[in-house]
Write a protein that binds this ligand. Structure first.
Ligand SMILES: [Zn+2]
Length: 255
């Protein structure tokens, strides 16, 4: 299996980040694959009815266009802006990994290949990324494997009643949930606790505890992050609820 080459960095909500605006990623619940999302221009139907910080309104909350991801090609992310809090909110569809220009499905393919490997990780890495040197390929693979391992470990902690006795492997969770693709299902399962789930599954802070190379201070939205109650539901015409949340300052791969 050779995966299409992906750039390692995702463009942040560049203009916003450069302007010093807070950028918060929310979940756009969607069953669409990345290809379907692009083809259907699903960002156009993504909706936030009210400002997550000021549900009472009066803050100048409005749609704020879209921003492009480096990948998949043609992918745009819907965005809103709160004038009062100087915060932009982007709705990341379930098919996409956070902080990585990749889909969750592609991340899962890599981690699955490693989990099920009969050969060395170097061999697997070379097969997956023949376009780069073996050392770079191994690093590329290991980042994804570590991210998945962190997510599955966090899952046990967040939902011990459901996953406490499940082996924290893709195979274990796949069997427990009865799904083909684990990572989007995990994002779904944790619901409002998504901010406590590490990237690339979760939409948590960039400096998620324990993630290598993560630094920086907390970027909160006001005094407290928006609670699930305060996060608004999608409008009736959109594909689902929006929830979740996090303080993503930048949307790029954690090195
Ligand atoms: Zn607001």
């Amino acid at each position: 299996m050779v995966l299409a080459r992906t750039h390692e960095k995702v463009r942040p909500a560049t203009v916003d980040a450069v302007a010093g605006l807070e950028v918060v990623q929310l979940r756009h619940e969607s069953q669409l694959t990345s290809e379907e999302y692009v083809k259907q221009r699903a960002w156009e139907s993504a909706s936030l009815e009210h400002c997550p910080v000021h549900p009472e309104g009066g803050c100048g909350f409005a749609r704020h266009g879209t921003y492009p991801r480096v990948g998949p090609p043609g992918m745009l992310i819907a965005r809103w802006y709160c004038e009062k809090a100087h915060v932009t909110f982007s709705l990341l569809p379930d098919c996409l990994a956070s902080r990585l220009s990749s889909t969750l499905a592609d991340v899962e393919k890599v981690a699955t290949a490693v989990e099920q490997r009969a050969a060395s990780i170097e061999t697997v890495a070379e097969e997956l990324r023949p376009d780069i040197g073996v050392q770079g390929a191994v690093r590329w693979v290991r980042r994804r494997v570590a991210a998945v391992a962190n997510a599955l470990k966090a899952l046990k902690g967040l939902l011990p009643d459901v996953f406490g006795s499940v082996e924290p492997t893709l195979g274990g969770v796949r069997a427990a949930l009865g799904v083909v693709e684990v990572l989007p299902a995990v994002r779904e399962s944790v619901g409002a606790q998504l901010k406590a789930m590490p990237p690339y599954v979760g939409l948590g802070p960039r400096h998620f505890r324990g993630e290598r190379g993560q630094r920086g201070r907390q970027h909160g939205v006001g005094a407290d992050p928006p609670s699930r109650r305060r996060l608004l539901r999608a409008s009736p015409e959109s594909s689902g609820r929006h929830e979740g949340v996090a303080h993503g300052r930048r949307d790029e791969e954690a090195k």
